[in-house]
Design a protein around this ligand. Structure first.
Ligand code: SF4
Length: 475
């Protein structure tokens, strides 16, 4: 099983002295669903950076003691991480990263992966660069730093470096005086900003995190746009806007984002509910109860129930005190992990025909175990419905949708998969449903149809890319 969340970024700029680090801390809690392996904050006080980052959840890494060591300054950036490249349990890969360069210093946190990361990194290494981490973020930092030598401002340096990056990045960057944020020209990953009543600017991966710190949503950062926050206000740099076709990650709506977020003007909850409605029309089932796999299957289950007329109910409970299923690092022991994380409500499912809604099937292992839980609880029939199309290709843009050999839908028909996972029937969202559920025709759907928005040069194909990173890890 290999879908992992990606990362979340958060940034704060206050024109007046403030507790920027404290605001970032609160914001990171609201982005915790995007990454649970590590987190960090870099705070600026009069241009001097202090940081704390470590492996663990926000509530574990930031205690009253560690928080109190961060200054009450006017700027801070933060990050929650799930490793999609590089070692997951590796402290060196915690973000934000800090870089000293000839004209000062900067802190950088990013969400997404570059399709040409291995190429860029190889080129930098050949020119003498020494890397301390295995993440793309350091590659981005290197290239921005190199441009900084030749340019008169950090925003010019970032703008000059951006054409080198091919792939997904939503980033926050802090110099001693400025907060910057930028989104790649395809706009793969979300990024938005807002402002609090006290005048503090806030940048976040998702709108739910703006709300959490009392900031009113202003707008999404445009694909290719750089925003520069200073004491004089906010400046928008748009020289890279429109360079590429928009390609927002469809899977953000299906799984990654929080349902109360609005991404590029589309409510995640509404999109998921719509996916359920489409599923009910396209893949009807004779049943007495619709249930969703918590959390991301719930909204689609509500939509399915609405259209099918079959009552919605709670058939599975997620243990809130254990991380999401996807973050389990080892394949071994997965059976126990699913049982620890999910439990069937016997009272609700015993003797009944169930429509079970989940967001995706990767290898089929977890789906099989969830079906098993419901069977053990006495469900009479289980009709599984998936609120995304089948995965047929890997993702290069910041998620761990696996290499083809591990994707069950590459080797098996829907009927075969239904049999393998032990369901009575199986149905997927048709690929056209992605457009219908979001109202968008500018989505990346590469993992569902193999049509990649970026070039995937031969030597950055996923297998070689990963082999190279793994080699690096063992040196
Ligand atoms: S390949 Fe799939 S998961 Fe990756 S960015 Fe595109 S839609 Fe999202």
């Amino acid at each position: 099983m290999s879908i992992h969340e990606e990362c979340g970024v958060f940034g704060v700029f206050s024109p007046e002295p403030a507790d920027a680090a404290g605001i970032v801390y609160c914001g990171l809690f609201a982005l915790q669903h995007r990454g649970q392996e590590s987190c960090g904050i870099v705070a600026a006080d009069d241009g001097v950076f202090s940081s704390h980052k470590d492996l663990g959840l926000v509530g574990e890494v930031f205690t009253p003691e560690t928080l109190s060591k961060l200054p009450r300054g006017n700027m801070a950036v933060g990050h929650v991480r799930y490793a999609t490249t590089g070692g997951g349990n590796n402290r060196a890969n915690c973000q934000p990263i800090e870089v000293n360069h000839v004209k000062g210093h900067m802190a950088l946190a990013h969400n997404g992966n570059l399709a040409n990361a291995a190429e860029l990194r190889g080129e930098l290494e050949l020119s003498g660069a020494i890397f301390h981490t295995t993440s793309d973020t350091e590659t981005i930092a290197y290239l921005v730093t190199r441009e900084r030598v030749r340019t008169s401002s950090i925003e010019d340096a970032l703008s000059a470096a951006m054409p080198r990056f091919d792939g997904a990045y939503s980033l926050v960057l802090m110099s001693p005086q400025k907060l910057l944020c930028a989104r790649d020209p395809y706009g793969f990953r979300p990024l938005c900003y807002g402002r609090r009543e006290d005048g503090i600017w806030v940048v976040a991966s998702e709108s739910c995190a703006l709300k959490a710190v009392g900031a009113a949503f202003i707008r999404d950062v445009e694909p290719g746009e750089i925003l520069v926050f200073t004491r004089d206000g906010v400046i928008s740099r748009r020289e890279h806007c429109g360079e590429k076709p928009r390609r927002f990650c469809a899977f953000e709506y299906i799984y990654f984002a929080r349902p109360d977020s609005v991404l590029d003007g589309v409510s995640v909850h509404r999109a998921r509910r719509e996916a359920g409605r489409i599923l009910a029309r396209e893949c009807p089932a004779e049943a007495e109860l619709v249930i969703g796999v918590p959390d991301s299957g719930i909204d689609a289950a509500l939509g399915y129930a609405e259209v099918s007329g079959i009552p919605y109910g709670i058939g599975l409970i997620r243990n809130k005190y254990v991380g999401r299923t996807f973050i389990a690092p080892e394949e071994s022991g997965r059976h126990d992990q699913v049982k620890i994380k999910l439990a069937a409500v016997e009272e609700a499912v015993r003797g009944r025909r169930i429509v079970l809604i989940d967001d995706s099937i990767v290898r089929g292992t977890t789906s099989g175990r969830i079906v098993g839980l419901l069977r053990e609880a006495g469900a009479r029939e289980i009709h599984m419905r998936i609120s995304s199309p089948p995965f047929v290709s890997p993702c290069y843009y910041g998620t761990d949708i696996d290499s083809k050999e591990h994707l069950i839908a590459v080797k098996h028909t829907t009927e075969e998969i239904s049999h393998i996972i032990g369901a009575d029937s199986l149905g997927y969202l048709p690929i056209e449903g992605l457009r219908e559920m979001t109202g968008r025709d500018d989505l990346c759907t590469a993992c569902f149809d193999g049509s990649y928005p970026t070039a995937i040069p031969a030597d950055t194909r996923k297998d070689r890319f990963e082999a190279r990173l793994n080699r690096r890890k063992t040196i």
